[in-house]
Design a protein around this ligand. Structure first.
Ligand code: FPP
Length: 232
């Protein structure tokens, strides 16, 4: 969700005004995703590296997150949305952690869509955390090195039990992945747009999905094999 700062700067506003408008895009995109039947939506809200930002900005982001959790809970409950957090949740302020836990508990039985918030998230850190937990299992004798397959490895990631993303969208004209879901995006389609996140709403999401629908996903196979597999 990149470009909040530049969106604000273009309008002579402070960065926090950009994040505030960005939070409105979060609301719009969650709603639109649910309406069109997306099953998993993952939003990169805060990276591990983002903690280095000025304290005032971090505080504003946490306040927006807290407000979002409060204002959207009812909608999540009535729309079958399950909230989940991926990242080092332990790094977050106590009040936010409590609110996240409450929202996750209350929405735990919802089945229509998973809203994954990436908070204090880093793709490499996630992989390292998984490697540590796997080595512990090996040390305990619960797993042998030979048993470690990509599927087993995935089961130790924050996203265990969830499918890999089909589409990765990055806003604001940056052509980078920035440590996001490094393992999971192996076969994701990448979509880059110059639109700043605060301007990324339903219409822009639908345009990204239309673009995605034109792609031929081969997963290493030939186009003919894919066409054949589709007919089967
Ligand atoms: C990146 O834009 C954006 C962030 C680091 C924060 C994203 C947060 C929100 C959209 C609002 C709060 C979140 C929720 C879930 C309610 P940037 O600040 O790096 O933009 P810039 O590159 O233009 O400076």
């Amino acid at each position: 969700m990149d470009g909040n700062g530049r969106w604000a700067k273009q309008r002579g506003l402070d960065r926090i005004a950009g994040h505030r408008e960005g939070a409105e895009s979060v609301r719009a995109i969650v709603r639109a995703s649910r309406e069109i039947g997306i099953k998993y939506l993952t939003l990169y809200a805060l990276s591990i590296e983002n903690w280095q930002r000025p304290k005032i900005e971090i505080r504003a982001l946490m306040a927006l997150l807290g407000r979002f959790l409060k204002s959207e809970l009812d909608e999540m409950l009535s729309n079958g949305i399950r909230l989940n957090v991926i990242g080092r949740i332990e790094d977050l302020p106590k009040g936010i952690k409590r609110r996240l836990k409450q929202a996750m508990d209350q929405t735990a039985h919802n089945r229509d869509m998973v809203l994954n918030l990436s908070l204090s998230y880093g793709g490499r850190d996630e992989i390292v955390d998984a490697a540590k937990r796997i080595s512990l299992r090996v040390k305990e004798g619960a797993l042998t090195p030979e048993e470690i397959t990509p599927e087993i490895f995935s089961a130790f990631l924050y996203t265990h039990g969830m499918p890999d993303p089909d589409l990765l969208i990055r806003t604001s004209g940056e052509f980078r992945v920035s440590n996001f879901l490094l393992w999971q995006i192996a076969y994701a389609e990448l979509y880059f747009t110059t639109t700043f996140w605060p301007d990324f709403r339903r219409e822009q999401l639908l345009a990204a999905i239309e673009d995605f629908q034109q792609r031929e996903r081969r997963f290493g196979m030939t186009g003919e094999q894919v066409a054949f597999a589709r007919k089967e």
